[in-house]
Structures are given as C-alpha cells and as structure tokens.
Design a protein around this ligand. Structure first.
Ligand code: FAD
Length: 408
C-alpha cells in the first residue's frame, strides 16, 4: 500500500484529498490537521464571523460525513513533526509514524510574529484561525475603539466589520498607502476614500512603536512619532509567513515557501506542496514572475487539483488565472490576474458610485482586472485574461462594449 499522507487539513489539503478520490486514486488517504475543528472556511473569519452574519454551522468546508464516505482518514488535533525522505516516513507529535507513498505539505501560513512592547496585553489579537476570530468577536462585544495595525485585505475587512458594529476604528498602515502590494495608486486611493467616508480613521506611512495598557488591558497604540491612539482592541493584519519548517528541516528547496512546479512537485521525490505554503511555478507570462506564492482560496484549490492529477498519472498542470475576492462594507472586490507596475490601467464604470472595474493592459493584452460590485466584469475578465485577448483601452472603457461578445 502506498498511502497519500497530507499534512494540513484546510483548503489545500481537503481539496487534494477530495480530488484525488474523485479522480479514482485508490490508496489510503490520511489527512492530518493540527487544529481541533472540522476543516473550515477562513474568509468569513474577518467578515461574517465578526459581524455575526455567519454562524459557526456555516463554516465547515465539507460536512462531517464527507470524509468517511470518501475514505479520507481525518486525524485532527495532530501535528506532523518531521519528515524522513529516505524512509518515506512522517513522524507525528504523539510519537507515532506514518509511511507514505506520497506526502503532501498543505500546512499553510501563520501570522507574522509581532515583537512590539505590549503585544501580550489583553485585547490584542492576530487573525488566522477560527479560535482567533472567536476571540476577536468576543472582545468586540465590549469594545468602543479599535486599532487595526496593517492596511492589507484582512486588516481592512476587520475594520469594515467592526465599523458595521458601530465601533470607532483606526487603521494604521506603515506603507504610504493602503494595499500597496496588491493595488496601484488609483485603487489604493479609492479604498482609502471608501473607508474614510464610512467613518474609519486611516493613518498611512505611520509605524507603531508600542502598545500601552491599563490594568493588563490594551488602552493605546503609540505611533513612531510618539502620538497615541486610544483603543480597547487591537488587531494585527501585517501578513503571514509560510510554514516551511517541516520542509526545510527535511532538506526540501525552500524560497519564500516550498518551491514546486505546476503540478505541486517539490525538490524531493513523491513529496508535494500546495496552497499558501507553496511557491508554485506559473505559466510563462511577459513581465510576470516565473513563480508565485499566492495566498488565496483559488490558488489552494487549483494547485491541489493539479497535484491530484499527478497522483493518478493524468497530469494537468495548474495554469489557472489567479483570482481573489474581498468584502468590505457593501463593496465586493474581485481581482483577477497579477497586475505589474507599468501596466496601463483603464477605468470602466462609475468609481464614485462604487460600481466599476479597473482593467490592466500590457502591450495591448488584457492581463488583470480589479472589479468593485461588477461580478460580470470579473467573470468575463477571467476568461479574457486566460485567453490572452488583445483589447484597446477605448473598448474597455466603453460600458456599451459588451465584454461577453469578445471572441476568445
Ligand atoms: P491554511 O488555510 O493556512 O491551512 C493550513 C492548515 O495546516 C492549518 O489548519 C494549520 O494549522 C495546519 N498545519 C500547519 N502545520 C501543520 C503540521 N505540521 N501538521 C498538521 N497540520 C498543520 N482568501 C481568499 O481567496 N478570499 C478571501 O476573502 C480570504 N479571506 C481570508 C480571511 C482571513 C481571516 C484569512 C486568515 C485568510 C483569508 N484568505 C482569503 C486566504 C485563504 O484563507 C488562504 O489562502 C487559504 O486558507 C490557504 O489554504 P491552505 O490550505 O494552503 O492553508
């Protein structure tokens, strides 16, 4: 027997197990996850779980019966501690070992550690797991003023969820604008305006020096110029680090994640990596990196499907157009492709009315699109980007030009 052993029971791990079975992989599948909960959805943790719109019973990725019905042996509350490539064996934290035919690392990422003075005060949180989200939601019940440190997607989603609960919110971002890594200036300006107009205070280009408390609870954030922002809740959203230790200790090639090809193959035979932990090769595209570690549900699912195809010897490399979404207030952001500095941005629709898309052309080819409350533009742009279609700026800007009629 040559079991597939998967470490990490979240999007990537569950999808790999599910698709492997769907495609007819007949060996044992053992899915090991160190969290106690049935594998669950993470996006609602910074959205509906904080506003109360999402209930706990809505969170599981698959029903409890799914695993048994598909012969997926789920081992929860268990950690893979060491990988022996030579013996093809994984050691678990309870001292047991598992021999594998295939081993997959779907161990994801963790919040970047914070070392500031005062981080241990009560009322200071990171947000990655369901337990984190429940702690933030509970603290928000008693909160009047929150500081969100980090103006990326998660920080901004938390900010909007807390505003929706009537809490005063300050977002503190060290870069000179919000979402600098993902968005060009125009989109950053738009999103900053969207938050300000809904009552959020936004401080950009400001570092944090320390957190201060009162009787053990956080009471203020001290900025790098000595100014203080009073608050009774702090949430950090300053990015994640891929969980590469298991792979690195085993000798796999690691460089901003575990380095894998378009099928999820690592540098070691029979060892795969998928999801947030994987730095995956991409189909060649002018001006874009040859590989990327994408932190999204889409990348986890599509990467896992590609890896599953390898297991049954019917290789289908991952060539999907990357896409991502974020919900803030009444704004649904949907992003496709990987825009690069220098791409020509074209606006279509009504930015002031919160219904528009920003398209990105590179040498006349549509390469990316950011849509706000324009789901049809998003769906269409994914198809057009995948097909490498040439379009003019005038066509894209003209709302009467029907994107669905563009020949692919
Ligand atoms: P993870 O979900 O990180 O899962 C890895 C699992 O492995 C974890 O349960 C971890 O505890 C476990 N693990 C780690 N080490 C071991 C070990 N040694 N042994 C056993 N288990 C181990 N993406 C979107 O596309 N849209 C969104 O709107 C969105 N919102 C998000 C909101 C929040 C609050 C967060 C935190 C993320 C959000 N994301 C969103 C990102 C998305 O959740 C991740 O890209 C996705 O979860 C990656 O899946 P993964 O399976 O690779 O890793």
């Amino acid at each position: 027997a040559n079991p597939l052993v998967i470490a990490g029971a979240s999007y990537a791990g569950v999808q790999l197990a599910a698709t492997a079975r769907e495609l007819g992989f007949a060996e044992r599948i053992i899915l090991i996850g160190d969290e106690a909960h049935l594998p669950y959805q993470r996006p609602p943790l910074s959205k509906g779980v904080l506003t109360g719109k999402t209930t706990l019973d809505q969170l599981p990725l698959r029903g409890a019966g799914f695993y048994e019905e598909n012969g997926i042996e789920l081992m929860l509350g268990r950690r893979a501690n060491a990988l022996d490539l030579h013996a093809r064996r994984v050691a678990l934290d309870d001292g047991s070992t598992l021999d594998y035919g295939w081993f997959a690392l779907a161990v994801g990422a963790r919040c970047r550690p914070v070392t500031l003075p005062g981080v241990d005060l009560e009322g200071v949180f990171n947000l990655r797991t369901l337990d984190d989200a429940l702690n933030v939601a509970q603290a928000a019940d008693r909160c009047q003023r929150a500081c969100i440190i980090g103006g990326g997607f998660i920080g901004l989603e938390v900010a909007s969820a807390l505003r929706a609960r009537g809490i005063a919110v300050t977002v503190i971002e060290a870069q000179r604008r919000l979402l600098m890594r993902a968005f060009p200036l125009r989109m950053s300006d738009y999103i900053e305006g969207a938050h300000r107009s809904r009552g959020t205070e936004v401080l950009t280009g400001r570092g944090v020096r320390a957190l201060h408390g009162l009787q053990g609870r956080v009471a203020a954030v001290e900025l790098d110029d000595g100014a203080r922002v009073d608050c009774d809740l702090v949430v950090f959203g300053i990015g994640v680090l891929p969980n590469v230790e298991l792979a690195r200790d085993a000798g796999l090639t690691v460089d901003n994640g575990i380095v894998v090809d378009m099928l999820g193959r690592s540098s070691a035979p029979q060892v795969l990596a998928v999801g947030d932990v994987a730095n995956m090769a991409r189909p060649p595209a002018p001006g874009e990196p040859a590989r990327a570690r994408l932190e999204s549900i889409q990348a986890a699912n599509d990467g896992a499907k590609a890896a599953a195809s390898l297991l049954i010897g019917h290789e289908q490399p991952c060539t999907a157009v990357p896409w991502f979404w974020s919900d803030q207030f009444n704004l649904k952001f949907q992003m496709a492709g990987l825009p690069q500095p220098g791409d020509h941005a074209v606006l279509r629709g009504d930015m002031a009315g919160d219904r528009f898309s920003c398209f990105y052309l590179r040498d006349g080819v549509l390469v990316a699109a950011h849509s706000v409350n324009k789901p049809s533009d998003h769906i269409q742009s994914r198809k057009l980007i995948g097909a490498g279609v040439r379009l003019s700026a005038d066509q894209l800007a003209d709302e009467s030009f029907d994107l669905r009629k563009v020949a692919i």
